[in-house]
Design a protein around this ligand. Sequence first.
Ligand code: PEP
Ligand code: MN
Length: 597
Amino acid sequence: MIGAFEGIDGAHSQLALEAYFRARSGAEDATTLGTPSFRASAVAVSAGRADVGIVPIDNAIAGTVRDGYDLLLEFDLVPVAEIVWRMDHRLLGAPGTTLDDIREVLAHPLVIAECGKFLASLPNARTVPCEDTGIAAREVARAGNTGLAAIAPPSAGVRYGLVELAPRVADHPENFTRFIVFRSRNASHPALAVDESDGPRKTSLILVTSNAAGSLSRCLGIIAAAGISVGKLESKPTLGRPQEAEFYLDIDGDLLDPEHADALADLRKAALDLHIIGSYRANAHVAAIAAGIAAPPIPALRDVLPKVSFVPQKPQKSSGSSSTPRAARDSRPAGTRLRIGNVDIGDGMFAIIAGPCSVESRQQVLETAHAVHDAGAVMLRGGAFKPRTNPYAFQGLGWEGVTHLCEAGRATGMPTVSEVMSIEQVERMAAQVDVLQIGARNMQNFDLLKAIGRTGKPVLLKRGLSATIEELIAAAEYILAEGNPNVMLCERGIRTFETATRNTLDLSAIPVLREKTHLPVLVDPSHGVGVRRWIAPMCRAAKAAGAHGLILEVHPNPPEALSDKDQALTFEDFQAIVAELDRIPVFDAQDEVTLKA
Ligand code: PEP
Ligand code: MN
């Protein structure tokens, strides 16, 4: 068994995972896999490169680690067990260092929050946030300089040859972090079975309520009436929606208990929304460690994920005989709902993405972003690397364009979408924008699909110019198979004999894709027809036919646009289209007329 964690050798999450393995029969010899981020750990598990992963969800001193909860939800991972782990923080440095020498203390941001009082007591030091505890210790060892120190567990000191300068530096001795061990939905190692059958259970939820008087207490009343105790309730404002609030909620018991099932059904009705993270073994106490048994040597670590020669396995619980099991509807009958920032995309929702074809200047994208946001767009598009048919045509502003797009996204609070054309662009783009777009011309660039699959970032995958629906689904399967479940499909028109329109917008792809896959389906009428005045009717038709959203090109002054000027909507056009769409109800599959096959 392999367990993925964020960081390198010496990280607290690695120690917790190893203790967990030692206490599980059949997992004693399991190894750990260091990854660059929580997201990369989730990707490793989703792709089958690791059997389990670990993320922190809260700390006794520093509070909730929202990224941990959010990631479990975003990747649709199955929580298996909670580990309540004592965080043993020591101040470590090169031999000969005194507290007065120290100018900089390297530590993980959470650890800095846990040790604030001690850090304030160091006379000459400032704190430097570091990606990971193991890295903090390694960097101090590499520098070999008495001006630097790290906060890390004692085992990291042994590993990197550092000495202890101060013991137990957390603000309180009872400093515990709760970690969640998780697995993918379609594979479970036999050693995990004990956590799925024995011991007390907990369930984690994210509850969304309105701020109206009594909303939260109605929800809590339902839980209390069912006799379920609440272990944790922490609120988070919903950015940009002051009338709503989100609550991270842990309750005792399992979703499968009958009283829980009934209470959750009622809760779903009383709340604005309810996201279920899952049920897991509560406090999977690591007996061997509690008894003080010395930890065995830590196995050699593979520092980063393997980048090549990974052949994804078909999921164990495969859906029928489908050659694209991960994209197939029956692998997730309820449908996928993506959460991108505050934007939900999936069944029951209709999201409008808008912005310029190309980012042409800071001013142009800022102005467009404000206009489309005010009119009702929820996400901002803008190409910085443009796949142009002619090499002499405007190729986009490149990274400068990405900078302007992201500034406009921050200014309006909208997540951003931009196209990546090559593998070299993937990592840098993934660090900046919220959604990576794969353009029609790259739909079958399989190495590019694999690379974006490994990022775990949401992807907008456009249908190729001459691609069949089957080929579009197979392209999505490439991304899913790498461990990235966050894929949206986009119909943008295909090549046919018809030349009156730029492409032929295949609106029949909407019901076909909805039937064959569980992934959200968007429509791009701008590229679909290529002519401004025919865009509105296609928007209406797409919404009525069941698309989960649209992507539209908008420009402050279309005749001057540097790309796709004939299809650019003015701000007024866009407002009119959104107003018209507001009068069309969001498609509801429950009310759909279904004819026999
Ligand atoms: C775009 O959306 O900017 C684009 C180039 O679209 P497509 O890949 O569908 O042609
Ligand atoms: Mn365009």
